[in-house]
Design a protein around this ligand. Structure first.
Ligand code: NAP
Length: 488
């Protein structure tokens, strides 16, 4: 038996016990992980800082986001209505007579979570994928990201402490780490795994997606990959607000050295004097941003290559770059521009350059701007920036944007993803491999469950969510009506 085999057998055995733990028990477990992480805050932030070059303020904020996320999933499952219980009681009067049919969402089984390099806490070992899977009742095997292995192992230690304190099955969560791609492939192709969560590069996510689909029994891969998050600046707002928009969006392009999946990589505007002034002001804002170290050498190298490739393309002009030269492993913020005509002729220009650079696409008119939007692949976000008059006159542009991305934003930068019930952090391929799901917010739990229908069961045999007396007091759709009432 290989190491991966042993881990998977243990995870599958743990699943048989963990799926029976009542929601209150799973909620207590999630809260205990949050508490353990809080207890380790100082050392976690210190280790993560050494491994990722991220500053303490950012890491502290991210850790708080992570513990709040765990608590949010705890409250979601304590309340319980997320499980979408639907009940159609037997009706002997119909032809043919309808039997009693009841449906609820149940956990899929052991899943693999790939830690992301750019969020050592919130999208890694105890991040959103793990929290949502554990909330659903799935067991989790974590593939730690090699760029922050010590952080990942320390977070895993916190999870193990929580397992022991709350008496969860020992192997509810496991951690594997080994350099190279083989372990990832072995995990995804293992017959006992039932789903995969991933955040990272398009190449990595697509490779895992392909492995999963080539299995004898294919499984879903929820991969969040690449996005250039196009921002459309409408004419009236550029006339009126160019200076403040330049500050806001200059900050968004360079925030965290651009190492966010929601970084605004493409900016679209119609040619005008105001657009030219905006470009100059945005260039000044970006020039003021000092270079900082990136997460790891590979990401830095990929950024520098991507930036050079972008700037060497036909028709691309550098507007500005940071006024300070970068030191070793530091990113060099940059703003470039291109005409829509040149952009449309070169598919390389629509690819993600992961880091603090952005490309302004100057369109001759509204129709050309719409042609650019139509040419783009699926995105996590797209933003429209405009006055009331702009928005009223450009409903067609906003309609196009709605087909393009999972989240459409009005008059705010795309960086910053709220963890809440209504969030959609997903989008059409290649932003993700499955546009129907989100990886942030409480709906992320839906990735790790499947609907199961019970027909003709006696009350005692049914899961609690479907029992006549509704012991958890959840919302259910009973014979077509939403209610918390028991069934007599
Ligand atoms: P990555 O290279 O995609 O790696 C992420 C994880 O997937 C690692 O654990 C890696 O394991 C594994 N992996 C990658 N390719 C694999 C394959 N073919 N088979 C099996 N496992 C595989 O991402 P990264 O290291 O975080 O950063 C690299 C680039 O990804 C960045 O430069 C950036 O372009 C992009 N990125 C995008 C986002 C986003 O949110 N859009 C976030 C982070 C990074 P091993 O390394 O151990 O093989």
């Amino acid at each position: 038996m290989t190491d991966v085999d042993i881990v998977m057998q243990q995870s599958a055995a743990a699943f048989e016990a963990y799926k029976l733990v009542p929601a209150a028990g799973r909620a207590g477990f999630l809260e205990a992980i949050a508490e353990e992480l809080e207890g380790l805050r100082e050392s976690l932030v210190a280790i993560a800082g050494q491994e990722t070059n991220l500053p303490p303020a950012r890491l502290n904020g991210e850790l708080t986001r992570t513990t709040n996320q765990l608590k949010l999933f705890a409250s979601l499952i304590r309340e319980g209505s997320w499980a979408e219980a639907v009940i159609d009681t037997a009706n002997p009067a119909t032809t043919p007579p309808r039997p009693d049919i009841r449906k609820v969402l149940l956990p899929v089984g052991p899943v693999v979570v790939f830690g992301a390099s750019n969020f050592p806490f919130a999208f890694s070992t105890a991040g959103g994928d793990t929290a949502s899977a554990l909330a659903a009742g799935a067991t989790v095997v974590i593939k730690g990201h090699p760029a922050h292995e010590a952080t990942s192992l320390k977070v895993f230690g916190a999870i193990q402490a929580a397992i022991s304190k709350t008496k969860m099955p020992e192997h509810t969560v496991q951690h594997v780490a080994a350099p190279g791609n083989n372990i990832g492939k072995d995990l995804v192709t293992h017959p006992l795994i039932t789903g995969v969560g991933f955040t990272g590069s398009f190449q990595g996510g697509k490779a895992l997606f392909n492995y999963a689909n080539q299995r004898e029994t294919p499984i879903p891969v929820f991969a969040e990959m690449s996005s250039v998050n196009p921002v459309v600046f409408l004419p009236d707002t550029l006339e009126k607000n160019a200076a403040s928009l330049a500050q806001t969006f200059g900050g968004s392009v360079t925030l965290g050295m651009g190492q966010f999946c929601t970084n605004p990589g493409l900016l679209l505007a119609i040619r005008s004097k105001a657009q030219e002034q905006f470009a100059a002001l945005l260039g000044e804002a970006i020039a003021q941003c000092a270079p900082q170290k990136m997460l790891h050498a590979g990401i830095h190298q990929a950024y520098e290559q991507g930036r050079s490739r972008l700037l060497s393309q036909q028709g691309v002009t550098l507007i500005s770059e940071s006024s300070q030269a970068p030191a070793e492993m530091e990113a060099f913020p940059a703003l470039a521009s291109v005409t829509a005509k040149d952009f449309l002729a070169n598919h390389l220009l629509s690819e993600e350059v992961f880091g603090p650079s952005s490309l302004l696409i100057v369109c001759e008119d509204k129709e050309e701007l719409k042609t650019v939007l139509k040419s783009l692949k699926g995105q996590l976000t797209t933003t429209v920036v405009g006055t009331e008059a702009d928005v009223a006159a450009n409903g067609d542009i906003i309609a196009l944007q709605t087909t393009l991305a999972g989240r459409v934003i009005l008059n705010a930068p795309p960086t910053g993803v709220e963890v809440c019930n209504a969030m959609v952090h997903g989008g059409p391929f290649p932003a993700t491999t499955d546009a129907r799901f989100t990886s942030v917010g409480t709906s992320a739990i839906k990735r790790w469950v499947r609907p199961v229908c019970f027909q003709g069961f006696t009350n005692a045999m049914l899961p609690d969510a479907l029992k006549n007396e509704n012991p958890s007091g959840i919302w259910r759709l009973v014979n077509g009506e939403f209610t918390k009432d028991a069934i007599n």
